[in-house]
Design a protein around this ligand. Structure first.
Ligand SMILES: [Ca+2]
Ligand SMILES: [Ca+2]
Ligand SMILES: [Ca+2]
Ligand SMILES: [Ca+2]
Length: 517
């Protein structure tokens, strides 16, 4: 049952612990001042879970989303990832906050016909040789490919190329561009549901790496899967019973990799617990230099000035737990968070998470939540540290075996998405979107699945639901358990197969109704 806003509950004579509150944009959209100016490098969400597709329970899927709030009708230069950004999925297997396994995505854009304005010059058709991952979709004029490199312990040098110059899934302009058969370019009106045709095309961008235990990777547009009551958050948290999903009808750019557990063990993992985060690093900030005139390369008619770094680049975005930098870090620390690695968090960030009131002042999130729950501790939040910076020791949550590293003597206090992948996955459709808090231990905050209601879980965790189990004398579990943004589900279905996130919205036919399904 949906909860009611506090004012409505009071009017009906119901317990006024029931309330509505709604936080920010998608989990890390525009989370810091600097990254707001650089959407192509902006991390928006990270997911990590044991694969639920049948036959894939020995794999861990990690998804990193970038480029927030994409309007689907964004032609002719449809959204894409930047050729001048290094995107990385980072995995720590031993709890020290340093990556032991990194998956690096680097992109290349190719314009087939630079003489036209078009994204696609006719209906986008399957590649002539689908088995060859470098074979591009027919009639796709603006093509983007990527190289995926796996880097082991020891830093940025070297690495092993898993996929080279392979295709990404195309955007989804509409029924004239996405169809089973070519429809031509005449004036004929074309209607119809392109979901099956698009799914067919997009799954051709799922690539398998046979010499790496059938590791799989995907890059392409998806529906924004982070459903959230967006509009009420920054009106000073203004409760609304409407349950409007503020990201409905928008797309995002998804990078996904499905890693065999055996590779995690080969990287040094011995306890089945990993810490995951994603980053974006700018190698250049492109500026078209008018002095250069039209150059010999039709893809690069201008010199690209503004070289920042010719190697991996300068890190400008980072994300692990949803809404961590967005809500828990003060403005003065947000850019620093994005520029640093998890092993710096104990020094830079931990005090704000443990003692929000004394370290940040009177205007923190927990103090805003007190308006609704009146039982939220503003200092000594060891529950928040465990939820987001350490993982849970066994026994803290009844029945949950925990996801705190046992491999190091003192695990790093760092924002990483901890996943205990020894916990068996729940089948798709049998998952509880409230995850660990409702006894489904394969869900957030043990990793994070695409369908988990991260916002409601976070509201309950921030609201102190676990404080008593961490020794607080405050008992607000009941009130906290009623916190919700009244947005219980995504606007489109998630997929039961890799890459799991729903199909992107179509430019030709989409809405931003914000209504709940
Ligand atoms: Ca490590
Ligand atoms: Ca959505
Ligand atoms: Ca481990
Ligand atoms: Ca929700």
């Amino acid at each position: 049952m949906k909860s009611l806003p506090i004012f409505l509950a009071a009017a009906l004579g119901l317990p006024t612990g029931v309330m509505v509150v709604a936080p920010a944009s998608a989990s890390s959209h525009r989370d810091s001042p600097f990254i707001s100016e650089d959407p192509a490098a902006d991390n928006t969400d990270v997911y990590a879970f044991v694969s639920t597709e049948p036959g894939r329970s020995e794999y861990v899927t990690v998804i990193a989303n970038y480029v927030p709030l994409q309007e689907p009708a964004n032609g002719p230069n449809f959204y894409r990832l930047s050729d001048f950004v290094t995107y990385q999925i980072n995995i720590d297997v031993d709890g020290d906050g340093f990556a032991d396994l990194t998956y690096r995505f680097q992109f290349k854009t190719r314009i087939v016909d630079p003489g036209t304005y078009l994204y696609n010059t006719n209906t986008i058709l399957p590649p002539p040789n689908p088995a060859d991952p470098t074979s591009q979709y027919l009639n796709l004029n603006q093509q983007q490919s990527y190289t995926l490199t796996e880097i082991g312990r020891g830093g940025p040098g070297g690495g092993r190329v898993l996929l080279a110059d392979v295709r990404t899934a195309p955007n989804r302009p509409g029924p004239k561009s996405i169809n089973i058969a070519p429809v031509g370019r005449g004036g004929t009106a074309v209607r119809g549901d392109t979901s099956a045709a698009y799914q067919n095309l997009a799954q051709m961008a799922v690539h398998t790496v046979p010499n790496s235990g059938d590791l799989r990777a995907f890059v392409g547009p998806r529906d924004e899967g982070f459903y959230v009551g967006l509009g009420t958050a920054f009106d000073l948290i203004n409760p609304s019973a409407a349950g409007a999903d503020g990201t409905s009808g928008f797309n995002v750019s998804t990078l996904a990799v499905e890693i065999p557990k055996s590779r995690l063990r080969a990287a040094g993992d011995t306890d089945g617990i990993i810490g995951v985060w994603a980053t974006a690093s700018r190698t250049r900030h492109p500026v078209c230099n008018s002095q250069s005139g039209v150059g010999p390369d039709p893809n690069r008619p201008c010199d690209v000035a503004g070289v920042m770094n010719n190697g991996v680049g300068t890190q400008v975005s980072r994300l692990a737990n949803p809404l961590f930098n967005e809500f828990l870090d003060p403005i003065k620390a947000k850019d620093l968070y994005n520029a640093t690695a998890p092993n710096q968090d104990f020094k830079n960030i931990y005090p704000y998470i443990l003692n929000p009131a004394t370290e940040q002042g009177p205007n923190t999130l927990v103090q805003q939540l007190r308006e609704f729950t009146r039982c939220t501790d503003t200092t000594n939040r060891r529950d928040q540290v465990a939820s987001f910076m350490l993982g849970y020791p066994a026994g803290v949550v009844r029945g949950f075996p925990g996801n705190r590293e046992t491999q190091t003597a003192s695990p790093a206090t760092a924002d990483m998405l901890r996943l205990n992948y020894n916990i068996p996955p729940k089948p798709f459709g049998a998952q509880d979107p409230m995850g660990v808090l409702n006894g489904d231990f394969a869900g957030f905050p043990n990793g994070r699945r695409v369908a988990d209601d991260s916002v409601d879980i976070l509201l309950r965790l921030w609201g102190g639901e676990l404080q008593t189990t961490f020794g607080s004398s405050v008992d607000c579990a009941l009130a906290a358990s009623r916190l919700t943004d009244n947005v219980p589900a995504n606007d489109v279905p998630f997929l039961p197969v890799f890459p799991y996130l729903g199909l992107p919205h179509e430019g030709f036919n989409h809405t931003h109704t914000h209504n709940q399904p």
